[in-house]
Design a protein around this ligand. Structure first.
Ligand SMILES: C[S@@+](CC[C@H](N)C(=O)[O-])C[C@H]1O[C@@H](n2cnc3c(N)ncnc32)[C@H](O)[C@@H]1O
Length: 278
């Protein structure tokens, strides 16, 4: 069982959403996930990594709708606990596996997955490092599909300060162009932004989707009763988004790992002399 000894005001953003077990903790919520999955059309024979899978809503949905194999990883053991519970309840444990792992250093060999799905995680991390790791574990012709928050214009210092206060000091959304650049720097090609959109005031749609998610609904009222600071904290985050949403958008950063380049004669000689792969 997840310990409830920590007070809400002591929890960082990740601890808070892990404790709540929110299933679609990313811009656009589950409706955006479904919209993106339609476009990227994962195939039943593809092996998927859900990097920073949270409580496993996307991974289990993919298993049920596509029937592919999925490995979900998250650094937070509480999220993995909830994700495993979800997979059991939804009868997809034969297709989905969840493990605690850090996306900065994935415990998988090179060229392992056909596609990496990622939703609202690289925005908090060292993007260059994480995309290099994604590139390493993807097979040639493998795809990266990363749904992230973007900035549509520069954030005034006050807005940045409040954003970091709500979501943590490492929160750093880029512009669409910057996201594409950092993905290209890791070696990906054919990069595009799928379903780019401004952050809308569709909190009702997102909230209705959240209400359908039993992992969250199950004990939310008990948690609010036990920890009165919870509601104001959730309201603070919601108010920040409501007030500042004109600065933000989101979209699926999409790219392809190219096939290994064929070496020219000069490069081949150089690699033999230098004793290293090019
Ligand atoms: C905003 S949540 C998104 C979760 C899920 N993808 C979703 O859309 O609901 C970010 C998730 O990334 C996880 N995370 C943060 N840093 C991580 C890391 N270095 N490696 C793996 N997971 C990480 C957090 O524990 C959290 O579950």
């Amino acid at each position: 069982m997840i310990s409830e000894s920590k007070r809400v005001d002591e929890m960082n953003y990740f601890e808070l959403i892990a404790w709540l077990g929110i299933g679609s903790s990313h811009p656009g919520g589950f409706p955006a996930t479904k919209q993106n999955l339609e476009v990227i059309a994962v195939q039943p024979e593809e092996y998927v990594l859900d990097a920073g899978c949270g409580s496993g809503l996307t991974a289990c949905f993919l298993a049920k709708t596509v029937g592919c194999k999925i490995l979900g990883v998250d650094i937070n053991p509480h999220m993995i606990e909830k994700a495993r519970l979800r997979a059991e309840k939804e009868g997809v444990t034969h297709l989905v596996e969840f493990r605690v792992a850090d996306v900065n250093k994935l415990p998988f060999s090179d060229n392992h997955f056909d596609i990496i799905i990622c939703e609202s995680i690289t925005v908090f991390l060292d993007k260059e490092k994480v995309y290099r790791e994604f590139y390493r574990v993807l097979k040639p012709k493998g795809r990266i599909a990363d749904l992230e928050m973007v900035i549509l214009r520069d954030l005034p210092p006050q807005v940045r300060y409040q954003m970091e206060d709500c979501f943590g000091s490492s929160t750093n959304p880029l512009s669409f162009e910057e996201w594409m650049k950092v993905v290209a720097q890791a070696g990906f090609e054919e990069i595009e932004i799928i379903n780019p959109q401004p952050l809308k005031n569709n909190s009702n749609v997102v909230f209705n989707e959240l209400k359908k998610d039993w992992v969250l609904v199950k004990d939310l009222t008990t948690k609010i009763r036990r920890q009165p600071a919870l509601l104001p904290r959730l309201q603070k985050n919601a108010n920040f988004i409501k007030k500042n949403r004109s600065y933000y958008g989101f979209g699926l950063v999409y790219g392809l790992k190219p096939l290994p380049k064929k070496l020219g004669f000069k490069d081949w000689i150089r690699s033999r002399i230098m004793g290293r792969k090019l």
